[in-house]
Design a protein around this ligand. Structure first.
Ligand SMILES: Cc1cc2nc3c(=O)[nH]c(=O)nc-3n(C[C@H](O)[C@H](O)[C@H](O)COP(=O)(O)OP(=O)(O)OC[C@H]3O[C@@H](n4cnc5c(N)ncnc54)[C@H](O)[C@@H]3O)c2cc1C
Length: 582
């Protein structure tokens, strides 16, 4: 059942209390309540996902955040790699979390990513091969909204058809689709076509798979907490409930490990309540809010906690550290065609008509049924690139990339307003194998003050080198004969950036994040001196406290991060079921 107010809540003791009804938390809530004798309460700080056009309609995703009622409205600390700028860093403040407001691309990452997680954690169960059943449990591959023939657009055998979260291929043709595919044929050596980047080897450019069902967003809220699950009598989901601290069990016998069983939360940031977890508390508040909640509860770096007057319960210096993220730079081109998203967004009458057409059809129809991109790709620097004489290759392996190119059929530059006229194609160039590491630290003991978020964007010379290489690659790609007569030239902001230094300065002055921060409650081997959680995602030195969200992922993958979070959460649900024999 879904509750809008504490006054409706039937009780204050549950087997499991899940903090955060987002991507990871929704999976846990769903899987644990498959057993009708197990009770679960989800505390979600944010609002309902129902009836929000910018959440439901895929092409409108960029309007769901930042600076909206569905966003935490965070900004980052000044970024030296971005000329000291402080971009907004969106996070979903809504049921479904960031899966309700993200840009819908479904990418799992590479075989190498997961094999590296297995090596880092010392648990073979995190390897690509071992995770296949969990990938399939998450995914329900469905036909695209327009029902077109998808032969040659994906590898059917790599997909799951009976999972919970819907995945599909683009359902409305765009003006650039065949141009991009043709360019991969012309430049096959440097920019090969990849039939399915979700089959283990990401290298190459291919069709974007998206978390969309019949032309509408498929989020953790519409899938794992959808109508067929949220009415389970043993599942209670409370909105506007912001967890402020977790406490040890007052009655627990003092042993080696501290046992946690109480969550304090505030309704609408006001009245505080306590709720008891009879079995476990699961933290799924995301890469920024999970470490914040841990530190507010006395779990973190002892010295840092002491400086804020917080007594330390568990000295875990890795809490909030080790953040890795994907820096993004947008490269818009001016185009001669008029069939771009600009023609929709620059004309309010056209936009209203397209929304009307979307609303009055099911499966939904028209140009709004897809996210911002219908094709994207993952690419490596050349093997003999001179940069590797200075820095060892940080990529996860040969099936992995150093940078990503994303193709958007219109103007898109996060943090900058779109021009009011004209037609564009944007190629994003993103750093996928960053060396820089960022952090989340407490600014205040007030749980409603945002933590200090430092994603360390372009903070390492290697990362800047990669982004410059990626921008130059985007330019080379755009010279394919497929684009002749279509692309008329680079958009003014970067038209004059030609030397490497000028291109780096363009990156610093316009760059942003792809919003994939991970690693702030990193998993490490059992008994390791570093790390925050064991490979079973339990907090080191604690009982009754687990983390299931993006923060446990040790290094940012060759992926937009929702699918990796779903995959981690599916395995985590199995850990919990096994350890409680439920
Ligand atoms: C704008 C944007 C675009 C993105 N685009 C893509 C994309 O196209 N494809 C992709 O794969 N990934 C994308 N991502 C990244 C991806 O969505 C996230 O990595 C993933 O959803 C994170 O899952 P999570 O479970 O860690 O956190 P979330 O899904 O964010 O869930 C955390 C939940 O906890 C709640 N919460 C936080 N603190 C508290 C508290 N103290 N008490 C109670 N509740 C709390 C939050 O409100 C939220 O609901 C994007 C992200 C953003 C923000």
């Amino acid at each position: 059942a879904l509750y809008e107010s504490v006054s409706q809540l039937p009780g204050f003791a549950y087997d499991f209390v899940v903090v955060g009804g987002g991507t990871g938390g929704a999976v846990i809530a769903n899987r644990l309540t498959e057993n009708p004798s197990i009770s679960v309460l989800v505390l979600e700080a944010g609002v309902s996902n129902q009836g929000a056009t910018n959440i439901e309609v895929p092409l409108l995703a960029p309007f769901a955040s930042p600076q909206t009622a569905y966003d935490w409205n965070y900004t980052v600390v000044p970024q030296p790699g971005l000329d000291g700028r402080t971009p907004a860093y969106p996070r979903g403040f809504v049921l479904g979390g960031s899966s309700s407001t993200n840009y819908l691309t479904y990418t799992r990452g590479s075989r190498d990513d997961y094999d590296r997680y297995a090596a880092i954690s010392g648990d073979e169960g995190w390897s690509w091969d071992a995770l296949q059943p969990y990938i399939k449990r998450n995914e329900r591959f469905t036909p695209p909204a327009d029902g077109h023939n998808t032969t040659g657009q994906f590898l059917p055998s790599a997909h799951g058809y009976s999972g919970i979260n819907a995945v599909t291929l683009p359902g409305y043709p765009t003006a650039i689709d065949h141009l991009v595919v043709n360019a991969t044929q012309e430049f096959g050596d440097e920019f090969p076509f990849n039939l399915d980047m979700n089959a283990g080897d990401v290298v190459g450019i291919g069709w974007t798979q998206e978390t969309i069902l019949n032309g509408a967003r498929s989020s953790a809220a519409t899938s794992y907490l959808g109508d067929s699950f949220i009415h389970r009598p043993n599942l209670h989901v409370l909105l506007h409930a912001h967890a402020t601290q977790v406490f040890p069990d007052a009655n627990a016998k003092s042993g080696k490990q501290i046992a946690f069983n109480t969550v304090e939360f505030a309704e609408n940031r006001q009245t505080r309540y306590n709720v008891t977890a009879k079995k476990e508390i699961v933290l799924s508040a995301g890469s920024f809010n999970t470490p914040q909640l841990l530190m507010l509860s006395g779990i973190g770096n002892k010295t840092a906690l002491a400086s804020l007057g917080i007594p330390t319960l568990l000295d875990l210096p890795s809490v909030g550290q080790n953040m890795s993220d994907h820096p993004l730079v947008a490269n818009p081109f001016v185009v001669s065609g008029t069939q771009t998203s600009d023609s929709i967004f620059e004309n309010s009458t056209r936009l209203a008509a397209d929304i009307q057409a979307w609303n009055s059809s099911y499966p939904h129809e028209g140009p709004l049924v897809d996210g911002l991109t219908t094709l994207l790709g993952w690419l490596r620097l050349p093997e003999n690139d001179p940069i590797f004489e200075t820095y060892p290759d940080p990529s996860a392996g040969p099936h992995s990339s150093h940078y990503e190119l994303i193709f958007a059929n219109g103007f898109a530059m996060p943090g900058s307003a779109s021009p009011s006229t004209g037609n564009y194609m944007t190629i994003f160039s993103n750093v996928i194998s960053p060396i820089a590491r960022g952090s989340v630290t407490l600014n205040s003991t007030d749980p409603f003050t945002q933590p200090l978020i430092d994603p360390a964007l372009l903070a390492h010379p290697f990362d800047t080198y990669v982004v410059v290489s990626a921008i130059k690659a985007a330019r080379r790609f755009a010279t394919a004969s497929a684009f002749k007569g279509y692309i008329t030239g680079p958009y003014e902001a970067w038209a004059n950036a030609t030397t490497d230094d000028e291109i780096a300065e363009y990156a610093r002055s316009t760059g942003n994040s792809v919003w994939h921060a991970v690693g702030t409650a990193c998993m490490s081997p059992k008994g390791a001196e570093w790390g925050v959680v064991d490979p079973d995602l339990k907090i080191k030195g604690a009982q009754g406290l687990r983390v299931v969200d993006a923060s446990v992922i040790p290094i940012v993958p060759n992926a937009h991060t929702q699918a990796p979070v779903y995959i981690f959460a599916e395995r985590a649900a199995d850990f919990i079921k096994k350890s409680w024999k439920i």
